[in-house]
Write a protein that binds this ligand. Structure first.
Ligand code: CAO
Length: 425
């Protein structure tokens, strides 16, 4: 079976999380992704949060599957020459350096176009053009500046960052879409272009429902927020809404059997209007079905805390999975709060390739998240991440076509750093 991006070659000049997320996706869709890393250390995440001494971290291995690694000191003249040769033969270059780094390497957009006018240059930056364009940015900074932190958490608590890496992985996803779109446009124009995904923009895009609420707030209180039912006035900015549903169907996290000792014995319960009568039946409140105080969604809004407290009396008598089984029979939307342990043990996720166990020469077996986007005509085999510089010789010889003498010269200049670390047998 072929793959969607067969024949596309990507110069992966990314590090940490946002850029690598993007290039890993491109690799899963079939692109030949060549990761250029600084000799010696490589991508900084190789050595961050290590769980096994001297072994590439899970942070790195889970973001760099299916890639090849070449070490190049791009500040060394020979290294820069090799980099330019890679630019010549690649379709896409992806980078997420701090603003100005590429320019300091002499790789302005104009220079890159001179080398290869067909190349697509895709960048993650913290901010788009404007007052903060020169700033370095990490995940939580983007969550704060994109509107997520001010709208996450409880009304009377601190702003909160979320566990979902919407700033890094979220921006990487946005960038990947920009790249394939630019590749498609190139089939019509023959020209490359620049693609920019700013982390603030990506987070804001994912928070657009909160900007919706900001505008609704000018026309009156947000009635689906708990604080409306509690009689607490709204200010001039969207408040944190705890676990209130962000959509038009009210929902809350409710306790289930065992909540006293199990931090994840909870279920998300949505009182979807279409199945309100079933909700009433399941929890034994049939009298609410025709009660004029409860029958219509608008009548329920000021009483949501009372309604969910009543539903919770029922959910607390069952485990989260029992609640889910019962509610699913009635088409009532709900979801158990799954711990990472439960997810890592869920065989159905392995069956679909969403979770994959991969073998690594120095780490041994590890679990990673496979491609979350399934194409029916693409068979994605998740392969382990490369060791630092594992493919340096292979890329110099068979991708760039350097002969033995040239390779010796490049290596003697120190451009590729120390000899390649060998994989343990
Ligand atoms: N050979 C030689 N030098 C190299 C090299 C190589 N192969 N690869 C990188 N370098 C050099 C760069 O040239 C740069 O040097 P100068 O500053 O002297 O020009 C240097 O490494 C550091 O690059 P950086 O500033 O991007 O790295 P940092 O660790 O200081 O900052 C980060 C990291 C993430 C804050 C910054 O890159 C950034 O803001 N990126 C854009 C936003 C982003 O993607 N954030 C998400 C991070 S998590 O996904």
């Amino acid at each position: 079976m072929g793959k969607a991006l067969d024949g596309v070659r990507v110069l992966d000049f990314t590090h940490v999380q946002s850029g690598p997320t993007c290039t890993q996706l491109l690799a899963w869709f079939g692109a030949d992704v060549i990761k250029v890393e600084r000799p010696g250390e490589g991508d900084i995440t190789r050595s961050q949060l290590r769980d096994i001494p001297n072994v590439d971290s899970l942070y790195f291995t889970m973001l760099n599957s299916n890639k090849r690694s070449i070490t190049l000191d791009t500040k060394n003249p020979q290294g820069k020459k090799v980099l330019e040769e890679l630019i010549k033969i690649c379709d896409v270059m992806v980078e997420n350096f701090a603003p100005g780094v590429l320019d300091r390497m002499g790789l302005t957009w104009e220079r890159i176009q001179e080398i290869n006018p067909r190349i697509i240059v895709a960048s993650v930056k913290g901010f788009g053009p404007g007052p903060f364009e020169d700033c370095k940015v990490y995940e939580n900074v983007a969550q704060c500046t994109g509107g997520s932190a001010s709208t996450t958490g409880f009304r009377d608590g601190l702003p909160m960052v979320t566990g979902s890496q919407i700033g890094d992985s979220g921006t990487g996803l946005h960038l990947a879409l920009g790249i394939v779109t630019a590749l498609y446009q190139r089939t019509l124009t023959g020209k490359g272009q620049r693609v920019l995904a700013a982390m603030q923009d990506a987070v804001l895009n994912l928070c657009r429902v909160k900007l919706r609420d900001q505008q609704r707030l000018q026309r009156g209180p947000l009635q689906e927020y708990s604080q409306f039912g509690e009689g607490i006035p709204f200010g001039d900015a969207v408040p944190r809404a705890g676990n209130d549903s962000g959509g038009g169907q009210p929902g809350r996290i409710l306790k289930c059997k065992g909540w006293e000792t199990d931090p994840n014995a909870y279920i998300y319960f949505i009182t979807q209007a279409q199945v309100w009568d079933k909700v009433c039946t399941v929890i034994g409140k049939e009298e609410w079905i025709n009660d004029p105080e409860f029958a219509k969604p608008a009548q329920r809004l000021p009483k949501l805390n009372f309604i969910f407290a009543t539903i919770e009396e029922w959910t607390m008598t069952k485990t989260k999975f029992e609640v889910m089984d019962i509610l699913n029979k009635y088409d009532i939307p709900c979801g158990p709060i799954l711990s990472m342990k439960e997810i890592a043990e869920d065989q159905s996720l392995y069956a679909t390739g969403t979770l994959v166990e991969v073998d690594h020469p120095t780490r041994g077996a590890y679990i990673t998240v496979g491609n979350p986007i399934k194409l029916s005509d693409n068979d994605v085999q998740v392969e382990r991440s490369p060791l630092l510089g594992e493919h340096t010789d292979e890329i110099l010889a068979s991708v760039l076509g350097f002969d033995e003498e040239q390779i010796t010269e490049i290596k003697a200049s120190g451009a590729t750093g120390e000899p390649v670390r060998q994989a343990a047998e």
